[in-house]
Design a protein around this ligand. Sequence first.
Ligand code: ATP
Length: 283
Amino acid sequence: MDNITIKAPAKINLYLDVIVKRADGYHELRMIMQSISLFDDINISKADVDIEVKCKAGYVPQGEKNIAYRAAKLMIEHFGLKEGVRISINKRIPVAAGLAGGSTDAAAVMKGINDLFGIKADNQLLAQLGKQIGADVPFCIMGGTAIAEGIGEVLTTLKPFSGVDIVLIKPDFGVSTAYVFKKYSEHYISIRPDINRLIKAMQERNLSDVGSYLFNSLEKVTAEEYSVVKDIKTILNQNGAIGSLMSGSGPSVFGIFDNKSKAQQAFKVLKQKFRNTYLVKTY
Ligand code: ATP
């Protein structure tokens, strides 16, 4: 096998709480991460070049600055590979959107190289290695539904919460995660829903309770700067969503639906207002 194509899914956060700011400047978080059916396609082929990364999308660096390059370099060095790789990324996941678009590309590159070169490392080992590239990379390697703690790298797998209809909107601007965290200290939130109630609702597939317990500490920070976040939530809720939330540090917002036709209807309404609107499912 000289060539492999891997699907790299985006994630949303059904819960995101900031626990504490550590001395090293990173924030400890408690999150529920959920893969969704919005994918980048990553093609990797063995090559006599060192590492080459091509991605035509805007705002995404080519070559060494691309996170996919760092993932490939890590795999080649760690496993002592003798050949290089050509990587081509067909980007569909919006960039700087709170959807882990870069981390999932890195995870897909690691998994792809693992298969292409017959390395046979398991996901645990890849996740352990992937931490060096970014805190969300381990989750992107495992995929599905999980609690993520620490800075995002300590994972506890949850019962899959797949097949739920989601309408996802990415407003026409990106948000810097670092900026949102910087602002967060001014928006401390003292009361938050219990994560265990949300987990129980997810496990029982009680979607109306899931809708009520969705939570993101950072939503207020981003929404204060960009009121469109609130507007999208209002439109989602007016169009049948049983809950809506900003993902990660934003600005993407999603609504969850308890039936497909309501989701399709809301998708149509939002698509007219926001060109980056997606009808997806939890995955
Ligand atoms: P998270 O949800 O993990 O905070 P995000 O979805 O907000 O991430 P990304 O889309 O991962 O943000 O992009 C963050 C930055 O990483 C961008 O500024 C982008 O230029 C850079 N980047 C490097 N490589 C990639 C890649 N393969 N895909 C997307 N962004 C990349």
